[in-house]
Design a protein around this ligand. Structure first.
Ligand code: PLP
Length: 722
């Protein structure tokens, strides 16, 4: 395995497309050298004591740097560094955090011995590594963190996007605007991957008669190595340098080429690193070209073999997870364009004709016009395919049944499910973690891996402590909301995020409902606004008011979604709406953290059965925030009548009928169940009924929807390495 160097060598950027990089190097006081070391491994991101060391150096700068420790260390004033270096309490905290990280990382296994290679187009490890767009990326990040915590021999492959995903702002007309930030690798905890002889490790991929080179970077996610491929190299032409430019931003050809770099380049990189895994996990279809490269390798070594032999061999080591419940959500490419993006030699090396090659990506082999789908390719080439909740497994079996003509019944379709989970140490607020440490001991996280033990352990925590922790987080959320809206206040006050009296926005005493998710039609943002008068009666109630916080991005090309957002922005009523409803721009992991911890209720109203799993509700649940959700995705498995609220039923209906029925149920649930439960207080001034539900949410949903449980399920049911 190539050892990453300990100093970052700045890569000169000569193309006019990119600003030149800058040298991050800075002398820290010797006693603070540990900060540099801690910043190099993203383990700090799920260790709140380490995180707070960076923040406490200069809290304002920390937020200005968007919680990027390496940028902070570069920018922090010398005066603040000297203050910290002269502060024995700070130094003691630093030593303890360093020790903790050293102990944790001591049992790392070398990447070269990894037995599982995990491929994904995006990773949401932390905001400071802007390599994700939403749920899929966050899930992949949480997968790596749990794999690290559980000591799995896993190595991960992805792409390094020079401009990341778009940043959202809302203009005065309520219309979403998109911008992209430059991502500088020297500001991130990335190290260039070097060979034993000190050269940069790079792979090349054929693209339309050219060889495009991609260099590798290494990010350490605890004990896990995450390798990111990057085509931004002077030897590539400007167009090719941008292949790894934007996450989901390019045209179809860029998309194909990106996926070639990820799938084919990814396998080639593993070979250069000397990694020969037993299992390749393709997390979503984006990496499915890797199966072609594995077949290509096999046939190079077995010149007498057929493609069928190769495919059988490839399937033995490949597993696939699908994340979309609709066929339109799956990547599919124009056959002619796809053929142009692959060389004749490559297709011939697979011993396939063009027609046979294209058939690999078709669900219906009789339809020559069908686009080349990455999901059919993956399902065909892998030994196992799974959805991400039980319901999604069932939906996926229906969606892809046509690929299995021999399957007479839906249950015969070989697609299983592993329900998603989220990483507890990333998502549970530190104030709860501290409560658990004090009451249950430092090994409390072990108890969350056992439903019975965890539920029992929680009995030791008094109601008042749970409520105090929650209320503190709610006050923090209100402060965050006021802060964010003040910063964006441009003086005009016509949309809901243009507020006049930001200092008095929101009240921590009021029932607060959070709704944050991608803006897409099936998520039904408009359901809540289907009866505006009824909604405003809730908001304006003098005794028991309700306030709402919203956040979410619309896909840049999705005008329908942008119109939905604009409609929400334009609600400008003679009511308390302007003081009790807010839209937080640029939903990301940091915003999510404040929201899923600080609201009382997490609302989710997708049109069934379109929510493959959903994960934000799991983050909320672990923080004692009660889910109020349609029975879809994970909530079908999570809801037990004591740990949150179910909206609507589970019977099948036409879309319009379902929308009407669910809207009615949504209002009734808030009016008749959530509001009365929240506002009922006992003689001691405690919300006993509410706290009982919070406790049940934490007790039942933390073990079941932890990514530790998810990764263990993958290990035993899918990877099955022995
Ligand atoms: C968790 C998360 C998501 C995914 O949430 P869903 O419930 O699946 O919509 C998306 N974006 C961010 C920033 C998140 O933190």
């Amino acid at each position: 395995m190539t050892e990453a160097p300990t100093t970052i060598t700045a890569q000169a950027q000569t193309s006019p497309v990119f600003r030149s990089d800058f040298d991050l190097h800075r002398e820290l006081p010797a006693t603070l050298a540990g900060l540099e070391k801690i910043s190099r491994n993203y383990y700090w991101a799920w260790n709140y004591r380490a995180t707070s060391l960076f923040r406490d150096l200069d809290p304002q700068l920390w937020d200005e740097c968007e919680q990027d420790p390496r940028l902070l260390l570069k920018k922090v004033r010398n005066f603040r560094l000297r203050q910290a270096a002269a502060d024995p309490i700070y130094l003691e905290r630093l030593r303890a955090a360093e020790d903790e990280a050293d102990r944790y990382l001591a049992s790392s296994v070398p990447a070269a011995t990894a037995r599982i290679a995990y491929f994904c187009a995006e990773y949401g490890v932390h905001n400071s590594l802007p390599n994700y767009s939403g749920g899929l990326g966050i899930l992949a990040g949480d997968h790596l963190k749990s794999a690290s915590d559980l000591g799995l021999p896993l190595v991960a492959i992805g792409l390094l996007y020079r401009f990341g995903y778009f940043r959202q702002s809302i203009n005065h007309e309520g219309w979403q605007l998109e911008t992209y930030n430059d991502v500088f690798e020297s500001e991130l905890a990335l190290t260039p991957v070097l060979s034993a002889t000190g050269e940069r490790v790079a792979v090349s991929v054929h693209i339309r008669g050219r060889e495009v080179v991609a260099q590798a970077w290494l990010a350490k996610i605890g004990r896990i190595s995450l390798y990111l491929l990057d085509t931004n190299l002077p030897q590539n032409g400007d167009v090719d340098r941008l292949i790894t430019g934007h996450l989901y931003g390019g045209d179809t050809e860029t998309r194909i080429v990106q996926e070639k770099v990820l799938g084919i380049g990814g396998v080639r990189l593993l070979r250069k690193l000397g990694v020969a895994p037993d299992v390749y996990h393709l997390n979503e279809g984006h990496a499915a070209f890797s199966t072609l490269e594995l077949a290509h390798e096999y046939l190079a070594a077995h010149p007498d073999g057929s493609f069928a032999d190769a495919a059988a061999e490839v399937a033995r080591s490949c597993v696939f997870t699908t994340h979309t419940p609709v066929s339109a959500g799956n990547d599919a490419f124009d056959p002619a364009l796809l053929i142009e993006c692959f060389s004749k030699e490559y297709i011939a090396s697979l011993k396939l004709t063009d027609k046979e090659f294209l058939a690999l990506g078709r669900a219906d082999l009789t339809d020559d016009g069908e686009f080349f789908g990455m999901t059919p390719l993956a399902i065909r080439m892998c030994r196992s395919s799974n959805g991400v909740s039980r319901k999604h497994g069932e939906v996926s079996r229906g969606l892809w049944q046509k690929m299995f003509p021999a399957a007479m019944n839906l249950t015969d379709v070989p697609i299983t499910s592993v329900t998603n989970g989220v990483h507890p140490l990333t998502w549970i607020a530190s104030i709860y973690q501290d409560l658990y440490e004090r009451r249950l001991g430092n090994e409390w996280i072990g108890a969350t891996r056992d439903a019975g033990a965890w539920s029992k352990a929680l009995d030791a925590i008094p109601d008042a402590d749970i409520w105090d922790a929650h209320h503190t987080l709610k006050e923090l959320l209100v402060a965050f909301i006021r802060n964010r809206t003040r910063v964006t206040d441009a003086g005009s006050h016509e949309t809901i995020n243009e507020h006049t009296d930001t200092l008095n926005l929101f009240d921590p005493a009021y029932l607060t409902i959070g709704f944050a998710r991608r803006v897409a039609a099936y998520k039904r943002w408009d359901l809540l606004f289907s009866d505006l008068d009824r909604l405003l009666r809730l908001v304006d109630d003098p005794e028991r008011p309700v306030q709402f916080v919203f956040a979410g991005k619309a896909h840049p090309q999705d005008r329908t979604a942008k119109s939905i957002l604009q409609k929400l922005m334009s609600i400008n009523h003679d009511s308390n709406w302007q003081r009790r409803a807010v839209f937080i721009e640029d939903y990301d992991q940091e915003v999510a953290r404040y929201l899923v911890r600080g609201v009382d209720v997490w609302l989710n109203v997708p049109r069934r059965p379109m929510e493959a799993s959903g994960t934000s509700g799991m983050k909320a649940a672990m923080n004692g925030v009660l889910n109020a959700s349609i029975l879809d995705g994970w909530w079908i498995e999570g809801f037990d009548d004591t740990n949150g609220f179910a909206i609507g039923g589970d019977s099948l209906m036409l879309d319009e009928e379902m929308d009407a029925a669910d809207a009615a149920s949504l209002y009734e649930t808030i009016e008749d169940r959530i509001v009365p439960a929240y506002y009922s207080v006992d003689a001691e001034g405690l919300r006993r009924d509410w706290i009982r539900m919070m406790r049940s949410s934490i007790a039942t949903l933390t073990p079941a929807f932890s990514s530790d449980r998810m990764v263990r399920d993958y290990l035993t049911e899918i990877y099955q390495i022995t």
